[in-house]
Design a protein around this ligand. Structure first.
Ligand SMILES: Cc1cc2nc3c(=O)[nH]c(=O)nc-3n(C[C@H](O)[C@H](O)[C@H](O)COP(=O)(O)OP(=O)(O)OC[C@H]3O[C@@H](n4cnc5c(N)ncnc54)[C@H](O)[C@@H]3O)c2cc1C
Length: 349
C-alpha cells in the first residue's frame, strides 16, 4: 500500500510528491499531463507584489520553507532547479521613485526592497529614465525541468501513471482508498483548473485566470536580473527570453489571442530598445481563488481524500509551504492555517 496517490503533475502535485518523498513516504502519481498551467509558468518567485509595493501574504514564512525545499530536491535529482536572480522593478515616474524609497523602509518590506534606486544598469538596450528598485530574495525555478525530472524519478520506480483520473472509480474506506488496482492511505487532488470536474471539491469557488506569455529571441542581450515593468523580461536560455504575462478572468479557453500579443509586445517595446523575434506564444489558466488563498484540506469524514489547489500566480513560492502545512496536518495533527483550510467554504448540496 502506498502512503499517498497524488492526482496531477503540475507545480502543486510535484511539491506534494517531494514533501512526501523527502519524509521517506511512498508516492504514486496519476496525471494526464493536459493543459497544465505549470508548463506555461516562467517560474519566477518574488515575495512582493510589485504593482502596489506590498509584501506577499506570509512572504518570509514561505521563503524560509521554499529555499531549502528546492535545494533538497536538487540534491536528490542532481539538477539545478532554482536560479537566484534579482528583480529590478522599472519605476514609471517621480511618484513611484518616492513611493519606492518610502516603502523600502517599512518593517515588513525592508528585507525585500532595496532602499536605493538604481539608474545605470550599464545596458543601453533597456530604457528606464526613472531607474529601478531592486527586490531581494527573488529568482526563478526551472519548472519544466522540475516537472519532467519529478515524473522521470517516479517512473523509475513504477510510481507514475499517465491517465485521466476517473473519480467514479475511487473507493474510500475508513483507513485507506482504492483506485483501480492501487491501494493507498490517502489521495490528494492537485488538478489545477480541472478541479472544476472533481465531484468531491467542485463546490469550492475556483475562478481561473488566463495568462499568456511569449518566448522571444534577442541577440546580444545579457541580463543578470529580471526586469519588471508592466510586463516582465527574463532570460531563459541561450538567446531566448520570457516576456509576460497577461491576466484575463473572462476568457477560459486555451487559445492564444491577438489582444494578448498586442499587449505584451507594446509593453515590451516601451523599454526594450533592440529588435526581437517571437518564438512561441504560450497560454495557461491559473487556478485562482476568490480570497487569494489556496484550497487545502479535506471534506472527507474519514480524512482519506484531500484537495491541494488554488496556487494562483505564485505556485513556485506557495506550494512548498502549503504542502508542508498539509503534511503536518495529516501526520502530526497540526491544524491548517485557517485561511487556507478548504472548509472555509461549505458545500451547499
Ligand atoms: C502565463 C502564466 C505565467 C505564470 N508565471 C508564474 C510564475 O512566474 N511563477 C509562479 O509561481 N507561477 C506562475 N504562474 C502560475 C502557475 O502556473 C500556477 O499557479 C501553477 O501552475 C498551478 O499549478 P497546479 O499544479 O495547481 O496546476 P496545473 O499546472 O494546471 O497542473 C494540474 C495537473 O493536474 C493534471 N490533471 C488535472 N485533472 C486531472 C485528472 N482528472 N486526471 C489526471 N490528471 C489531471 C494535469 O494534467 C496537470 O498535470 C503562471 C501562470 C501562467 C498562466
Amino acid at each position: 500500500m502506498k502512503d499517498v496517490i497524488i492526482v496531477g503533475s503540475g507545480i502543486a502535485g510535484c511539491a506534494l510528491a517531494w514533501k512526501w518523498l523527502l519524509q521517506g513516504k511512498s508516492v504514486a502519481m496519476i496525471s494526464n499531463q493536459y493543459n497544465a498551467s505549470s508548463s506555461v509558468a516562467a517560474g519566477v518567485y518574488n515575495p512582493t507584489v510589485l504593482k502596489r509595493f506590498t509584501p506577499v501574504w506570509k512572504a518570509q514564512e514561505q521563503l524560509d520553507i521554499m529555499l531549502p525545499f528546492y535545494k533538497s530536491i536538487e540534491r536528490r535529482l542532481g539538477f539545478t532547479l532554482l536560479h537566484d536572480l534579482p528583480i529590478l522593478r522599472r519605476l514609471h515616474d517621480d511618484n513611484e521613485v518616492k513611493t519606492w524609497k518610502r516603502k523600502a523602509l517599512r518593517e515588513d518590506l525592508s528585507a525585500f526592497m532595496h532602499p536605493e534606486v538604481f539608474n545605470d544598469l550599464g545596458e543601453d538596450a533597456i530604457f528606464a529614465p526613472y531607474g529601478f528598485g531592486k527586490v531581494n530574495h527573488t529568482g526563478w525555478c526551472d519548472t519544466v525541468l522540475y516537472m519532467e525530472a519529478t515524473i522521470d524519478y517516479l517512473k523509475s520506480s513504477d510510481a507514475f501513471v499517465q491517465e485521466t483520473f476517473d473519480h467514479e472509480s475511487l473507493e474510500v474506506f475508513a483507513d485507506h482508498v482504492v483506485y483501480k488496482d492501487m491501494k493507498a492511505k490517502h489521495v490528494i487532488f492537485a488538478e489545477g483548473f480541472a478541479m472544476r470536474d472533481n465531484p468531491y471539491y467542485h463546490h469550492l469557488p475556483l475562478q481561473g485566470n488566463k495568462g499568456e506569455l511569449l518566448i522571444v529571441r534577442i541577440a546580444d542581450l545579457r541580463l543578470d536580473y529580471i526586469i519588471k515593468s508592466s510586463v516582465f523580461l527574463m532570460h531563459y536560455k541561450d538567446d531566448l527570453f520570457w516576456v509576460g504575462a497577461t491576466y484575463d478572468r473572462d476568457d477560459m479557453t486555451n487559445e492564444p489571442t491577438s489582444n494578448a500579443l498586442d499587449y505584451l509586445t507594446s509593453r515590451l517595446e516601451t523599454f526594450l530598445k533592440v529588435s526581437y523575434e517571437i518564438v512561441e506564444h504560450k497560454v495557461g489558466i491559473r487556478p485562482t481563488t476568490q480570497d487569494r488563498r489556496p484550497f487545502v484540506g479535506t471534506t472527507c469524514k474519514h480524512k482519506r481524500h484531500y484537495i491541494f489547489n488554488g496556487m494562483g500566480s505564485r505556485a513556485v513560492l506557495l506550494a512548498p509551504w502549503a504542502a508542508t502545512q498539509l503534511y503536518e496536518n495529516i501526520y502530526n495533527d497540526v491544524p491548517l492555517d485557517s485561511e487556507i483550510d478548504c472548509n472555509r467554504y461549505k458545500a451547499t448540496s
